[in-house]
Design a protein around this ligand. Sequence first.
Ligand code: AMP
Ligand code: ZN
Length: 470
Amino acid sequence: MLIYNTLDRKKEEFVPPNPPHVSMYVCGPTVYDLFHIGNARSFVMGDMIRRYLIFRGYKVKYVMNLTDVDDKIIKRANELGVDAKEYAEKYIKEFFKDIDGLKIKRADAYPRATQHIGDMVELISELEKKEIAYNVNGDVFYDVSKFKDYGKLSGKRIDDLESGARIEINENKHNPLDFALWKKAKEGEPEWESPWGKGRPGWHIECSAMSMKELGQTIDIHAGGSDLIFPHHENEIAQSEAATCKDFVKYWVHFGFLNIRDEKMSKSLGNFFTARDILKKFSAETVRLFFSQTHYAAPLNFSEELLQSASKASEKIITLAKKINEKLKSENYGDEESSVNFEKYFADFTSAVDDDFNFPKGVAVIFDFVREVNREMQTDKEFKVEFYQSAKEFLVKTAEEVLGILDWKELETPAVTDSKEDELIRLLIDLRANAKKEKNYALADEIRNRLGEMGIVLQDTKDGVTYTRK
Ligand code: AMP
Ligand code: ZN
């Protein structure tokens, strides 16, 4: 398998040092609002890469952080006159609703910054001990001049950065590029005790501390949107490598932007659609197919017309899957052999995606497959059961398990179209979880039973609660 490694600016053979184990960390959201469909692109691409690694036999430990203390959260909460912690908590709940809505598999861990302050303080103390961090009246900064490899990820030299970058001016810094590891407490901001007085961590140290805590000092794959290359990931490398004297990450993977009219979709530009609003109009399968038809690193323009054509394409896969499903249920088979070469389709899919997660090529193989199997099924021939089973297997392993652009369970129970009803069911599921937390099992059971009477069956899975309709 080849992966384009931002660190070396070239495609490299993927050789995890501890196979079949692979550790993967993706920078998660700052939880101050619903996430937009641009963020969704990064979250879905991380999910697809993880799923593909599993398809290739790796055992992946997948971690995504939740930034629940940050300038933006504090500002919003203060504007609204609410507690920053509660505010972040609310948007963590909303984040998971949309993650489930996009059929992104839950990560193995979602560390929250506020639960790892001790780890961050420890890491900063280590940097201070090595005289790489310096304290100025309770603000602690990282001295970039002490890390000789500074700039190796973004390919920038310190001199260029100093002249070109928009750098936060702060007279306490030794060098304009130095960045905050610990911010001294201010009125109206959350604060924690530390060796430097009360304060809160900087954003970059959060990811260094949480990723190393969860995955060890050297991580196989670290990913995020390409806006994070500089300064966020550059600073993560500087912090982690200076502290541990080990390589922090083997493969750096960066996702291209989702753009609107060639401009990055972002909260600050106001040119965004929330993932939630898009999911009211299009299925998760359609959104995921739309994303998978462009290489993860390339820019992708967003428009509803493009989603509509993805929706039409998605129908082709679903229609074939339904035909196969009907046939398998009818148990009415013949004894004709088919000429479809399933092994070759698997091999083509694998060699396409092995080349730096080329999902667009993989999707093209699936559409070739759909065309050929449709052609076979349109003849009057009655094939052996193995033909229908193999066709199902190919679609389930590739379209469903890797790309998430098909959901076999839903072929018979169509996706919920009434989003209000969906929201109400989700509300009841949340209330049931609360009841369970409070050990009110009678109420939790009543919610499950009453929904069951209405034909809505809840399932407790390790990825959370899902439901189907009878
Ligand atoms: P944030 O909540 O802003 O920290 O972003 C969460 C993730 O979404 C990060 O990995 C960002 O790089 C990514 N991201 C933000 N905007 C876009 C965009 N327009 N296209 C793709 N990824 C994005
Ligand atoms: Zn991060």
